[in-house]
Design a protein around this ligand. Structure first.
Ligand code: DC
Length: 225
């Protein structure tokens, strides 16, 4: 039997860090759907595609091949056979990903891929629309939130650790803009699924969040797993 855990929520609420830990603990496959939108954004940036024009983006979608795979227990991503796991994390790509993810054509392509990946494995998938659209029948749905200022500080640390040049004010402003775009877009906007359990991660450690979700999962499936 395959299980599905859906983790949604705004950026820097701890989705991918907890999903990675939980996937290890449960021996599930972790699927970072944001990485896929970032890969589309990266392709558009590198090829000077006008991302504000859906038709322009739509035209190049069939030229974009994305592969998610595991290397030494870590999820990596290839864009047209080139490993781009680090390149998609550049701060500028967050904005590109958020803009291209508003387009139906982009979402249709990536959601199809995501559902295919979830068919053959037990998965933990994180994103914005996993519980509402991609895996509406997921075994467990979790919605993570955290205070804006705390999220901005987490993101700032992550980017500074990677050697990127950013300021707290810039990050907080960009984070709010991205939230607005993700929440107000017409296609699969970010929202909590009716049956999702909300966890505020503002004052919890990654281990505490992971443990909470692990317990919720165990409660759901009883002794099955
Ligand atoms: O999780 P992230 O920051 O890597 O995601 C980058 C962008 O991709 C985010 O601004 C919204 C979009 N996204 C989405 O629309 N749907 C998903 N399932 C995952 C990400």
């Amino acid at each position: 039997m395959n299980y599905q855990i859906a983790i949604d929520g705004p950026s820097s609420t701890g989705k991918s860090s907890t999903a990675t830990r939980l996937a290890k603990k449960l021996s599930f496959i972790y699927i970072d759907t944001g990485a896929m939108y970032r890969a589309v954004g990266l392709y558009c940036k590198r090829n000077n595609i006008n991302i504000n024009d859906e038709e322009e983006v739509k035209k190049v979608l069939n030229k974009i091949k994305i592969d998610l795979y595991y290397e030494n227990g870590k999820q990596e991503i290839k864009l047209n056979n080139e490993k781009v796991s680090d390149a998609i994390r550049e701060n500028e790509i967050s904005k590109y990903a958020s803009i291209v993810s508003t387009y139906k054509s982009v979402r249709d392509k990536l959601v199809r891929m995501q559902r295919r990946l979830a068919k053959t494995n037990s998965v933990i998938m994180d994103g914005r629309d996993i519980g509402t659209v991609v895996l509406p029948k997921a075994t467990l749905k979790v919605y993570l939130i955290a205070e804006d200022e705390i999220r901005a500080k987490r993101r700032l640390k992550e980017l500074l650790d990677k050697g990127q040049t950013v300021t707290y004010e810039q990050i907080l402003k960009e984070l709010k803009e991205r939230d607005y775009r993700d929440i107000h877009r017409e296609n699969s906007p970010l929202k909590k699924a009716k049956d999702a359990i909300e966890i505020d991660t503002s004052y919890l450690s990654l281990d505490e969040v992971t443990e909470k979700i692990y317990k919720l999962f165990k409660e759901k499936v009883g002794n099955e797993k």
